[in-house]
Ligand binder design. Structure first.
Ligand SMILES: [Zn+2]
Length: 296
């Protein structure tokens, strides 16, 4: 969906346009369709989180599509990194929307639902077409804004995973007002990803400012398990891929990621942050982080 911009907007579509063009140049069928659906509403915005699929739904017959796929990750589907696990395939969101899609002869596929944000970064690094992926929607291609919440997560994760495509930005330079307020949320959105990155952040390369911030963030997330499972694929999620391409998909994803062993799948299914968030030491670490951010 190509959203026409009207008035002031932080959103910059340049990277998305270039991604579509690059994929077309190397032989992928890729189309973008102008759609101003978001302006139907006041205030401007999408009526649901799947609204960006509207052009694909309308053109499904034209493209002979059996299914429409979205890039929802493990954290958003199964609640990992949020308060507690939810059995997404039988939950209210998927049941409601998959029924709507089925009513017009389409399947709703979520192939990334078993891959965490850590896993998607690993796929982007390894894939020959990974260079077109950019999560920041404010910056331009290869020039992310480095001020938004996504940029903070991606840049610190890139350092933790030692990605060649990672950003050299320091932690302190990424701490915009928006990022500070996200880090002070309780729980932090995608707290598992922040914890994963802080645990593996290359400490030997950082200055004293970054060291203090890193220590404070580590203290805040220290009660979370070691999270190694985030580098692997949660296989039960394959049920969210249409049966006609499930086998092909499974084969492809194994080129990039290992499968979580049963012990790690159980860790997913028993994910809960309740006791960790109620722990006085986590609350106190949150307060100390707030004090650090408020220092002049
Ligand atoms: Zn950004």
């Amino acid at each position: 969906m190509d959203r026409p911009l009207k008035g002031k907007s932080l959103y910059n579509p340049q990277a998305a346009h270039l991604a579509v063009e690059s994929l077309e140049d190397i032989g992928y069928v890729s189309k973008s369709v102008q759609c101003d659906l978001e302006y139907v509403r006041h205030p401007v915005g999408f009526p649901t989180d799947l609204s960006n699929g509207v052009p694909a739904i309308l053109l499904a017959d034209h493209f002979n599509a059996s299914s429409i796929a979205f890039g929802t990750v493990l954290e958003s589907a199964y609640g990992i990194g949020h308060e507690r696990y939810r059995d997404y395939p039988i939950g209210a969101h998927y049941t409601f929307y998959s029924t709507l899609f089925n009513a017009v002869g389409l399947h709703l596929s979520l192939p990334m639902a078993g891959v965490s944000e850590v896993g998607t970064a690993m796929i982007v690094e390894k894939s020959p077409i990974g260079f077109v992926a950019q999560s920041c929607i404010r910056g331009t291609m290869n020039n992310p804004c480095l001020k938004c919440w996504k940029c903070f997560r991606k840049a610190t994760l890139g350092r933790a995973l030692e990605l060649d495509s990672g950003s050299p930005a320091t932690i302190s330079s990424l701490l915009s007002r928006e990022v500070k307020s996200k880090l002070l949320a309780y729980p932090i959105s995608h707290e598992n990803v922040v914890a994963f990155s802080m645990r593996r952040y290359p400490r030997e390369e950082i200055d004293s400012d970054d060291s203090r911030i890193l220590d404070s963030l580590l203290e805040r997330v220290k009660g979370i398990s070691d999270l190694d499972f985030l580098t692997r694929w949660y296989k039960p999620s394959q049920i969210l891929v249409h049966s006609s391409w499930r086998e092909d998909f499974t084969h492809k994803i194994l080129d990039f990621l290992e499968v979580m062993p049963p012990k790690e799948s159980s860790e997913i299914e028993s994910w809960s942050m309740d006791s960790f968030l109620a722990d006085p030491s986590t609350i106190s670490a949150h307060d100390q982080l707030e004090d650090l951010f408020n220092e002049p």
